[in-house]
Design a protein around this ligand. Structure first.
Ligand code: ASP
Length: 296
């Protein structure tokens, strides 16, 4: 079994993953948090794009379960000598890893790798397509905070067009009973959502506001925005957050561009900002995913 898209998970598997991750999140806070469930297993990481949270939390997840995480430093690998993605995958497969975690800039690249591997492959983000473990950790964070996602309104705002986080969340959160509103500036919304763009309308009365970074690395041309302009027109300022429900929480998958899509004081709001809780849950969710896939 691979984890490439939210679509590949059944409702039952989603429930199993969230319950297991919730438990791991609790034990991760204890001193004696290690486990040897996956002792002797090796998890390989193949990241063609930069990462802080996903890469480190997958590595921590593997080691917390007793497995050995190994990262191929792509910038110093034979990729630089012209080796194709497929040949790199076949090479790693010949070493018989127990799981492979892949991030790639092209949509569908992780699926292509999965077709060549004998072990489970986990999508750590493919282009603008999907980032399923991010959506799972977002769902867990919401579930922990509100008890359930049933009936919640979640506004996802910013560069939706290029966001694999938005795409995976738009699939997962409604399956758990939440209503998702997508909003972003003109040009940063996907064609199919073009008419639902107003950020203030999306935030109004929402229980959670998830802000997204502008994926400048995926834009053909610079937005040409002056410093501070994006924040005042489209970003989450303290003033805009007041439009949300009084108990509304703030989320962001990271990395944040403070002062662009989110005001610094909003990102750091005690009680209401769940951003570091999302990071914490990233380790637990990836433990649950590795455990389920490797043991399957
Ligand atoms: N870390 C997330 C991703 O890899 C979000 C972002 O980079 O803006 O998709």
């Amino acid at each position: 079994m691979h984890l490439i898209s939210i679509d590949s998970l059944s409702d039952e598997q989603i429930a199993i993953l969230l319950d297991a991750a919730d438990l791991f999140a609790r034990t991760n806070r204890e001193r004696a948090r290690g486990s040897d469930k996956l002792a002797g297993r090796t998890v390989l990481h193949l990241f063609y794009e930069n990462s802080t949270r996903t890469a480190m939390s997958f590595a921590m997840a593997a080691s917390r379960l007793g497995a050995t995480p190994l990262t191929l430093p792509v910038e110093r690998s034979s990729v630089q000598k012209g080796e194709t993605l497929e040949d790199t995958a076949r090479t790693l497969n010949a070493m018989r890893p127990d799981a492979l975690v892949v991030r790639h800039r092209e949509n569908g690249a992780v699926q292509r790798v999965a077709e060549l591997m004998d072990c489970p492959v986990l999508n750590a983000g493919d282009g603008t397509n999907e980032h399923p473990t991010q959506a799972l950790l977002d769902a867990l964070t919401l579930r922990q905070h509100f008890g359930s996602l049933e009936g919640l309104t979640v506004a996802i705002c910013g560069d939706i067009r290029h966001s694999r986080v938005a795409r995976s969340n738009a699939k997962l959160l409604p399956r758990l009973g939440a209503h998702v509103r997508l909003a972003g500036p003109p040009g940063l919304l996907p064609d199919e959502a073009a008419e639902s763009g107003d950020i203030e309308e999306a935030i109004a009365g929402a229980d959670a506001v998830m802000m997204l970074r502008i994926q400048r690395e995926r834009l053909d041309q610079d937005l040409g925005d002056a410093p501070g302009e994006f924040l005042s027109r489209y970003g989450l300022t303290a003033e805009r957050l007041q439009l949300a429900a009084p108990h509304a929480v703030v989320m962001h998958p990271g990395p944040m561009n403070r002062g662009v899509e989110i005001a610094s004081e909003v990102a750091d709001l005690a009680e209401r900002s769940l951003i570091l809780r999302q990071v914490e849950n990233g380790v637990a969710v990836r433990m649950a995913c590795l455990d389920l896939l490797i043991e399957a």
